[in-house]
Design a protein around this ligand. Structure first.
Ligand code: NAG
Ligand code: NAG
Ligand code: NAG
Length: 982
């Protein structure tokens, strides 16, 4: 009966947006998994019963032993569900610094020997247990018959957590206002460990179904409100649902999952009152602002947002289906406040979202592990970025070359092909930094071992590419060919570091590119040093310092496994099941490779590792990309929202395959892809083996020229990107910033996810993602003029937010410069970024509504760690237009007393880089939007060479050409303090 109800529900809700692509049947829906069915079922029952209440309650808290007083508290937790069963839950409250509260629930003292996986924080956080002594201010009062403990904390004491004991309710307040409620809908549940025979209640009478319990409740609260005397009558089914025949062993298609620990799922609901928009839960191909998942209306999903890393073939452009990586975090945004929550769990997690009028409701459902919630208090998006980065790590400054242009294809066939691609780029004067090798470089896909027929001398090839100032990247996937004559396989079996089957002793074998393969268990510390050796130049003799690494397929992808991945009952180091750590798995692989590359050279060079799978903390180890996208307009359009979601989730070094991995895009589409790609943090063209070659030099004019100009534009903007990455490394703020993050008071921008700002540069970009688009509408939120980067048209300041129409014939797209910013670029075209380090700079000043502007520039040697000892240039440019004349100045930010605190003063006195950069000049300054022509332009009393073009906007105050002052060759150095009076 229940089953048929579910099926009926499924059919009804399947209507909107669930367009089934060919391969969707490879992946499970919520209803096809017992834990999700059970936990989602609670919400279903709760929604049908007004008297539904939480069976969970707390006992008074005790301060934790050990650690400093007031650092953390433990509330023993009770449930009224199982009167005869002994188990204990405990809820810990900790403070992690920067106002972040952590709420952890674990099952303790189970009379079975099982434990929940509790090491997720070890992988994701910078410090697993950094509890601060900020929770000492606790009060207790009794209200409405229940005890409430209130913790007041935060730097200004304006944060509070109110913890009601019975029924369990946790309210988080900012400045007295409730912004987040946990267990508001009574959906918290942690399934305790139990034996199979305890799970199937003998006393069940076939008619004693959930429906009858609910029906009974309508006239009679006894069954559903388990309090007082009637407690004895409590039937757990009103809460837990029918005993689930799949709870201890689950079959799906041809696979069986022998769940030895039985059910251990948990659910928690989190409500954001007064909120219309929440963001996060990367990675999904869906809009930035998360949709309802109750299938209630047009434009909603019928499945929860799923977080279970999988290798999904030809993914849908608009779907809550899982993709390759996951960040279980959301930001909730209103025009008054921002708040975030990270639910740090390594097992499969699904999130339902609802948008009732009162706010946003979420329910989080996980298969196993402890509950570990972090409340990021905001109060603004920039605070959330910093708080998340403080917990899970900042994105380190990548090597400069890795944010330049990458040319990839499955596959460049041989040594000759690789060098030929490099030669063709040079012949056409198209910049290029990195040539990539997909799986076919390796003999029989035995990564590390070059196919010597096609690549007879890989070292010579790498050196030749290196001599052009360029790098190469080769793929190393986690599946290892099961072959006794493959050294990597032999080592791994000898060291016994291979992921085990559910018998805990035999190696798990599966099918991948390599045929029959095994997977190293990177949770095992024994694997780490060995993996590091694998990348040393001594062991990998065919690698050079010009070669970097791509880690693909690390979800892991197992072609003949359930959902194209590993069985969940596989066993990892420490006896943990794969289900417990599945979502962390890919991150451990990228980390191991990052650590290996770090050890390769002395002095150390910054590693570059591209990964497909990721988890919180992955941002510390390199870049990710959005996987196997398609060369369609729909996919191109969707990539911007995906990348914005990744960015706000801390994964800022992200990109999408330019051109689309699958398919043969038209040249128009390809050009639009390049324009979009040139403004992605990671800019790589890639294509499937079955596609036609599409390197930019292959096209006729004018197309080739447009692609060349677009790639050159990226190179001009490298200082902007590098500065944005530098800022991300200090503040955690992403390099791609959505409208809500820039203007958190402007709710009209909260749903916008097709345009974005680059770091704190003032650049606003909107890719064109449809055919034949002659103009594009851009939303402007603030009272600033915006200048078209290409045409120098100005869209004047306005007190009201507005839409402006930007002409976008094929060769151009909206790149606007926000008034009030100064953009440092390097305008000279070069063959590779590494050849630009002594090139002069151009400053583009976009005069703000108040006549002022400012901008920053960060430069270092681009690939070493010398910046840690002060070898960097960090400048601020300022236009002060408050007086009769304006002053444009350049001053040093690299002094110890800046916001970053611990930075060392720049000392450009020693070493070739410091000497080289100290002579680099500003070759041109363009000032857009000055109100009137200056009478003179001078630096230190000396007249400079300048020209003036009056604008057509200044006189009319409406859209027109900006006035333009050009200062040529002022002979000023980038590292010097100077000022120019206008
Ligand atoms: C655990 O508790 C249950 C219920 O109280 C009991 O039936 C079972 O025998 C206990 N198991 C062990 C291993 O003590
Ligand atoms: C996990 O639980 C074990 C046993 O209770 C404990 O010793 C360990 O410190 C916990 N680990 C973390 C990271 O919390
Ligand atoms: C279940 O309900 C049906 C119809 O109401 C009734 O005929 C049947 O006897 C009931 N079975 C039990 C075991 O109570």
């Amino acid at each position: 009966m229940i089953l048929s109800t579910w099926l009926a529900a499924l059919t009804i809700v399947a209507a909107p947006l669930q367009v089934m692509a060919a391969k969707n049947h490879d992946f499970k829906l919520c209803q096809q998994q017992s834990f999700c069915r059970r936990l989602r079922g609670i919400a279903d029952r709760a929604s049908k019963d007004e008297g539904f209440t939480s069976p969970y309650s707390l006992l008074p808290p005790v301060p934790n032993k050990g650690g400093s007083a007031g650092a953390s508290w433990t509330f023993p937790m009770k449930t009224s569900l199982y009167k005869d069963v002994e188990f204990e839950l405990q809820l810990d409250i900790l403070e992690q610094g920067d106002g972040i509260a952590r709420i952890r629930v674990d099952e303790v003292n189970s009379n079975l020997s099982w434990k929940r996986y509790n090491e997720t924080s070890k992988w994701a956080l910078l410090e697993a247990e950094p509890a601060r002594a900020d929770l000492s201010s606790v009060t207790e009062k009794t209200s409405q018959g229940g005890k409430v403990n209130t913790f007041n904390y935060g730097a200004s004491g304006d944060l509070s957590l109110e913890i009601r004991h019975e029924p369990l309710l946790i309210t988080f307040k900012q400045g007295g206002e409730t912004v987040m409620i946990i267990n508001d809908r009574n959906l918290f549940h942690m399934e305790h460990f139990r034996r199979r025979e305890d799970f199937f209640f003998e006393e069940n009478n076939e008619n004693d179904t959930i429906e009858s319990a609910i029906d009974g409740a309508e006239g009679d609260q006894v069954v559903l409100s388990p309090t007082g005397k009637e407690k004895e009558k409590v039937d757990t089914k009103w809460f837990e649902g029918e005993p689930d025949k799949d709870a201890f062993e689950e079959r799906w298609k041809t696979w069986a999952d022998a769940k030895p620990k039985g059910p251990e799922g948990f659910s928690v609901d989190i409500t954001f009152p007064g909120t219309e928009h929440i963001y996060g839960l990367a990675e999904h191909a869906s809009p930035l602002s998360l949709r309802s998942t109750d299938g209630s209306a047009e434009g909603t999903f019928s499945e929860p947002y799923r977080l279970y890393n999988v290798d999904i073939f030809e993914y849908e452009a608009d779907s809550p289906m899982s993709l390759y990586g996951n960040i279980p975090m959301v930001h909730a945004q209103t025009s008054k406040h921002s708040v975030g929550v990270l639910n740090l769990v390594g097992s499969e997690t699904l999130v339902d979202v609802k948008h009732p009028k009162s706010g946003v409701q979420t329910q989080w459902m996980s298969e196993s592990g402890i509950m570990d919630l972090f409340i990021l208090p905001g109060p603004k998006p920039k605070d959330l970025f910093r708080q998340y980065a403080g917990l899970t790590g900042y994105t380190p400054i990548p090597p400069l070359w890795s944010i330049a242009y990458h040319q990839c294809r499955w596959n460049y066939l041989d040594q000759h092909d690789v060098l030929d691609v490099n030669r063709r780029f040079d012949e056409e004067d198209i910049p290029l930094d990195v040539t990539w090798l997909d799986i076919e470089y390796a003999a029989e896909h035995k990564y590390f071992d070059w196919d010597k027929k096609q690549f007879p001398d890989p070292v010579k090839m790498q050196n030749e590419v290196g001599a052009l100032g360029r790098k190469m990247v080769a793929i190393v996937d986690p599946h290892i060919k099961k072959s006794d004559n493959f050294r990597v396989y032999k080592d791994a079996t000898e060291k016994d570091i291979i992921t085990k089957r559910n018998d805990k002793t035999s190696n798990f074998e599966g099918w991948c590119w390599t045929g029959s393969s095994v997977w190293v268990d990177f949770f095992n510390p024994k694997s780490w040093d060995w993996w590091t050796e694998m990348f040393s130049f001594k062991v990998w003799e065919d690698s050079t310092k010009f070669l970097y690494i791509w880690n693909d397929m690390n979800e892991p992808s197992v072609f003949d496994g359930p959902e194209i991945s590993m069985p969940r009952d596989n066993v990892h180091y420490g006896g943990w099941e794969h289900r417990d750590v599945h979502n962390i798995n890919g991150a451990t692989f990228q980390k191991a490779t990052f650590d290996a590359l770090l050890e390769r050279e002395s002095p150390k060079k910054r590693p570059f590792v591209l990964s497909r799978s990721f988890f919180p903390g992955s941002q510390r180890y390199g870049a990710i990309w959005t996987g196997d996208n398609m060369g369609t307009w729909e996919h191109m359009a969707g990539q911007t929202a995906m990348l914005l979601s990744l960015n706000i989730c801390g994964m800022t070094f992200a990109g999408a395959d330019v051109g689309g991995f699958f398919g043969n895009p038209s040249v128009e589409m390809l050009i639009r892809w390049y324009q979009a790609g040139a403004f992605m943090p990671f800019f790589r063209a890639h294509a499937h083996i079955d596609t036609k070659r599409r390197e930019p030099y292959l096209f006729d004019e004018p197309y080739k020229g447009i692609m060349r100009d677009t790639i050159r534009l990226r190179y001009q903007m490298l200082p902007v990107w590098y500065t944005a990455f530098h800022e991300a490394s200090l503040s955690g703020a992403p390099t791609m910033r959505p409208q809500y993050a820039m203007f958190p008071e402007d709710s009209l921008g909260f749903a916008i996810d097709d345009q974005y700002y680059i770091g704190d540069s003032g650049l606003l970009v909107k890719p064109v993602t449809a055919a034949g688009v002659e103009d594009t509408v851009v939303y402007l939120s603030d009272n600033q003029p915006y200048y078209n980067y290409f045409s120098h048209r100005v869209y004047p300041a306005s007190k009201r937010s507005r839409h402006v129409k930007v002409p976008t014939p094929l060769e151009t797209f909206p790149v606007l410069l926000q008034g009030g910013y100064i953009l440092p670029i390097r305008a000279r075209a070069r063959k590779a970024s590494t050849l630009m380090w002594r090139d002069p700079f151009t400053l583009i000043v976009a005069v703000g509504a108040d006549g002022n502007a400012s901008g920053r520039l960060y430069v270092d040697d681009g690939d070493s760690y010398d910046y840690e000892s002060g070898q960097f240039v960090w400048r601020e440019f300022k236009l002060d237009g408050s007086g009769k004349t304006s002053t444009l100045s350049n001053h040093n930010l690299a002094t110890g007393d800046q916001a970053a605190g611990d930075l060392v003063k720049f000392s450009p006195s020693s070493g070739p880089w410091a000497e080289g950069i100290s002579t680099v000049q500003v070759e041109q300054i363009v000032v857009l939007g000055l109100k009137s022509k200056p009478t003179s332009v001078q630096a230190s009393g000396t007249d400079l060479e300048w020209s003036w073009v009056a604008g057509s906007s200044a006189s009319t105050g409406s859209e027109g050409d900006a006035s333009k002052l050009t200062i040529k060759n002022p002979k000023l150095k980038i590292v010097d303090d100077w000022s120019i009076t206008l």
